[in-house]
Design a binder for this molecule. Sequence first.
Ligand SMILES: Cc1cc2nc3c(=O)[nH]c(=O)nc-3n(C[C@H](O)[C@H](O)[C@H](O)COP(=O)(O)O)c2cc1C
Length: 200
Amino acid sequence: MNILQINSSARREASHSTRLADRIVARLKNAVPGATLTVRDLNRTPHPILDEAALGALFTPANQRTAEQAARVASDDALIAEIQAADVVVLGVPMYNFGVPAPLKNWIDAISRAGVTFRYTEKGPEGLLKRKKVYVALTRGGKYRNTPADTQVPYLRTVFTFLGLTDVHFVYAEGLSMGADAEQTALASAYDQIDEAVAA
Ligand SMILES: Cc1cc2nc3c(=O)[nH]c(=O)nc-3n(C[C@H](O)[C@H](O)[C@H](O)COP(=O)(O)O)c2cc1C
């Protein structure tokens, strides 16, 4: 089993989402000894945004790209190869201003490639990243689960489904900025959710 861990918090050691993602990975490795792990920290190795130059590179035929364009496409290719090789994807995702961290959006923009990770057929879109499990550890200062303010879960579920990733488990740690007791309660609940999700 190949595990790909994606960390998206701007924080390093203090990040709850990274720690929860670490915990999911530890549980998975426990269940499947010999599992391999690739960790991509999107803040330590930031991926460039999808700007006009990047679009130009992607829409230029491979044999006509400049060296700079080829390098830009190759950097996206590397992220695509990582997720293609994974059997399980584990993401740590803080809520930042009601959305996902910008580096995670950049990663999603990089792995969403027509003809490679999705394609359109006469029946509509078809995701090409199949047979993978996804675990998402969500961390929030407030509490937004199952409310319209939680734009993260519908967004991530939509984009993952579009790419063929339909087996997605969300783990929530909410209320982390609501005092020490609320933080402890949130983390204890997240640990229980992790045990349940990995056992499922
Ligand atoms: C810039 C910034 C924006 C944030 N925006 C929100 C928010 O919109 N809603 C919320 O509930 N918490 C928000 N928080 C709190 C974080 O989600 C919370 O601290 C979380 O634990 C961060 O994840 P991490 O521990 O992995 O770094 C924000 C924190 C920061 C630093």
